[in-house]
Design a protein around this ligand. Structure first.
Ligand SMILES: [Zn+2]
Length: 141
């Protein structure tokens, strides 16, 4: 079913798809890192808005189900798109971290093998590589 949510890319849990109350269709993952929110009226044409005469007059106004359903579908699509993008980014970060690790190993090997040719610049480069590797850690799950 295309209405299903992909798991949260940050914690792996799949949030519940809630009932909609109010003017906005939204849900959040319990981990607080990801969510999706769509204003129901943002997807409505002028004609569709005009066909809801009580839109601004009733405090407990509820949109017709077809508009809520459309916003729900849009929120799910946005969530799933972001989950895909984030997973792709995480994979790229893991790949970058591995490449940095290889560069680090090569540089360390060179330093050990040819200590007389090693300069302070090489040590600074190693430090920068270590910092970069540390930065990737928080983005790769
Ligand atoms: Zn989550």
């Amino acid at each position: 079913m295309s209405d299903e949510l992909k798991p949260c890319p940050f914690c792996g849990e799949t949030p519940e798809i809630p009932e909609c109350h109010g003017t906005c269709y939204e849900f959040d993952c319990d981990c607080g890192m990801s969510g999706s929110s769509i204003q129901i009226s943002d997807l409505m044409t002028i004609e569709e808005r005009l066909a809801c005469p009580n839109l601004c007059r009733e405090n407990d106004f509820k949109y017709p189900d077809k508009y809520i359903k459309r916003a729900e579908k849009e929120a799910i699509t946005a969530w799933n798109h972001r989950a895909d993008q984030t997973a792709e980014m995480q994979a790229a970060i893991v790949e970058l971290r591995d490449m940095l690790g290889e560069a680090r190993n090569g540089l360390e090997w060179y330093r050990d093998e040819y200590p007389q040719d090693t300069s302070e610049a090489d040590n600074q480069m190693l430090e920068q590589i270590d910092q970069a590797i540390t930065k990737t850690a928080k983005w790769s799950v």
